[in-house]
Design a protein around this ligand. Structure first.
Ligand SMILES: O=C(O)CCC(=O)C(=O)O
Length: 414
């Protein structure tokens, strides 16, 4: 149970044991190459007027104002190329076999969860790959499974997108969607913000805005009220006549792309090859103070948490600049505070003791200054010369005359 659910037991001993067993298993069972299936399916044409907007790595603030706040979907490019799953430990069917082959996972069997024949079954990742990916005779989908809680080694290879900091970060659900070409997720919507990150393979996705819900004919029962009754690829327009009036957007999600879908946006998804998607759903809960700091930080540091190395240099420079500005502002503030405190305390003294007191103080200071003026002492020979020199240094003749005068007046002591 610990292995299935992924909870750490006795300091994660279960995971350590299973890692050793997994290694042994891989040595005894050579992996099967299933990568040739990646380009199996035809790629549908997408009209430019129906295409989901595409942006490259937007800043958090522009993502928030342009897409999240306006409830618009967007395909974000270049924001996950540096994840280990797409670079240093590049994921593939074989990689998943190697890391997770002997682990037990739930698999959906049947092409759509809306069909009667649809069911679920537990099996190892290896059995799933052998039965539904390598020699697929029916459709099996390792769908919406919290594989990353179960196998922390895989979690290390993916990152939570920066944009999720716009919500409650502790509450991000991460799900794996792993299946062959042809898996279908019928048209449905979810209550949370949603990122679908394509780790390998590709998917066709069609989106409808919430305001067109009535034209999509949701199921009546509570259980399926978020799912449309319409088969998007083969709609029964006699039963669902308004379906064709509902405007939609569509896209092909390629490896390294991340699709953002706002809450309650209807989505239909078909995989066009063997595919692994990493799904993140999260709630947006923000408080005014958080909003203020978000503005300060996010406006200036676009991708603080998950950045590519090139962006990191740019961001570090920005962080340094912000730190300098903040330090300057703090010292300016301290200076102003000191000046104001001094001014207030002086004013209070004046108010308490009156101007008379200040005048008295001034007179006392003047008297003290006077007392400090040196008393005129009788001159010695040395200081006669010195004094003469000082007084008449500009005129040597006058100086000698003065010295003589002083001497005859008896001001010489020795
Ligand atoms: O990729 C899929 O098949 C389904 C994904 C989905 O429905 C979701 O992320 O909410």
């Amino acid at each position: 149970m610990g292995l299935l659910m992924g909870a750490p037991v006795c300091g994660n001993i279960l995971h350590e044991v299973v890692t050793v067993l997994q290694k042994k298993w891989t040595e005894n069972h050579p992996v099967v190459d299933a990568e040739q299936d990646l380009n199996k399916s035809q790629i549908p044409d997408i009209l430019p007027c129906n295409a989901v907007p595409v942006v490259s790595c937007p800043s958090i603030l522009s993502f928030q104002s342009e897409f999240m706040n306006k409830q618009r979907a967007v395909v974000i490019k270049d924001s996950m190329d540096f994840w280990p799953a797409l670079s240093t430990r590049k994921w593939s069917v074989n990689y998943l076999r190697r890391i997770a082959g002997c682990r037990t996972v739930p698999v959906e069997i049947g092409s759509k969860y809306t069909e009667e024949s649809w069911s679920q079954s537990l099996m190892t990742v290896n059995d799933f790959i052998d039965k539904y990916i390598v020699n697929a005779t029916s459709v099996g989908y390792l769908a919406q499974h919290q594989l990353f809680d179960q196998i922390p080694q895989l979690q290390d290879d993916v990152l939570v997108p920066t944009y999720c900091c716009l919500g409650e970060s502790e509450d991000v659900d991460m799900n794996a969607w792993f299946g062959p070409c042809g898996t279908v997720s019928p048209l449905h919507h979810d209550p949370k913000h949603n990122f679908l990150a394509q780790v390998f393979g590709r998917k066709y996705i069609r989106l409808y805005a919430e305001e067109h819900s009535a034209k999509l004919y949701p199921h009546n029962g509570a259980l399926l009220s978020n799912t449309s009754q319409v088969d998007v690829e083969n709609p029964n327009l006699e039963r669902f006549p308004h379906f064709s009036d509902a405007p939609f957007l569509e896209c092909i999600l390629e490896e390294g792309d991340m699709l953002y879908m706002p809450p309650k946006m209807w989505h239909f998804i078909r995989s066009l090859s063997i595919s692994f998607s990493f799904g993140l759903t999260w709630l947006e809960v923000r408080k005014p103070i958080q909003e203020f700091f978000m503005f300060l930080i996010i406006e200036n540091i676009p991708e603080v948490f998950t950045v590519s190395p090139q962006q990191e240099i740019r961001n570090n420079a920005k962080i340094l600049f912000i730190i300098i500005i903040v330090l300057f502002l703090i010292s300016l503030l301290l200076l102003i505070i000191t000046k104001v405190v001094k001014w207030i305390s002086r004013k209070r003294v004046l108010e308490r003791k009156g101007f008379g007191w200040v005048k008295k103080q001034t007179r006392r200071v003047e008297r003290r200054e006077k007392e400090k003026t040196p008393v005129k002492r009788p001159l010695s020979r040395t200081n006669i010369v010195q004094s003469g020199f000082n007084q008449y240094k500009d005129s040597p003749r006058a100086s000698i005359a003065s010295i003589c005068e002083d001497a005859s007046a008896g001001r010489v002591l020795d």
